[in-house]
Design a protein. Structure first.
Length: 137
């Protein structure tokens, strides 16, 4: 019974996250799928920095430090693997729909980010490096 209720809550939260929150976003720009991951990554890095700082100040015991650091590193690993998966997914999608992808020469020139200059093997909708939208050349 409790598990059933918990499952309903989880499903509700997921539906809310997927359908409601995107509509609530104030920006009319397309949602950048890397933005959330980049923000999470930045937050985890920030937490790791804070953690080290507090540990050096002697505010944390070595056990607390090690445990929290491990948690944060696990979170970081998940974000990085999610980012990789998303990159792969978007790369495949773009390759299927983009005419540029059928022409290797054009695809090559289109796969460089005009914002940060990062280069990718495939056309991406969003730069995997800086997360900004990438335009086909
Ligand atoms: Zn970029």
């Amino acid at each position: 019974m409790l598990i059933g209720i918990a499952a309903l809550i989880v499903i509700g939260v997921l539906l809310y996250t997927v359908f409601v929150r995107e509509e609530d976003l104030p920006t009319p720009e397309p949602v950048n799928p890397f933005q959330y991951l980049n923000e999470t990554k930045a937050r985890v890095y920030g937490n790791l920095r804070d953690l080290q700082f507090e540990f050096r100040l002697g505010k944390l015991s070595e056990d607390d430090y090690a445990r929290t650091k491990k948690d944060l590193q696990g979170e970081l690993a998940k974000v990085l693997s999610d980012t990789d998966q998303l990159k792969q997914k978007l790369g495949v999608q773009v390759a299927n729909v983009s005419p540029a992808a059928k022409n290797p020469l054009r695809a090559k020139s289109a796969a460089a980010c005009s914002h940060c200059g990062a280069k990718f093997k495939e056309n991406l909708k969003f730069c995997g490096q800086c997360g900004k939208p990438m335009e086909a050349a």
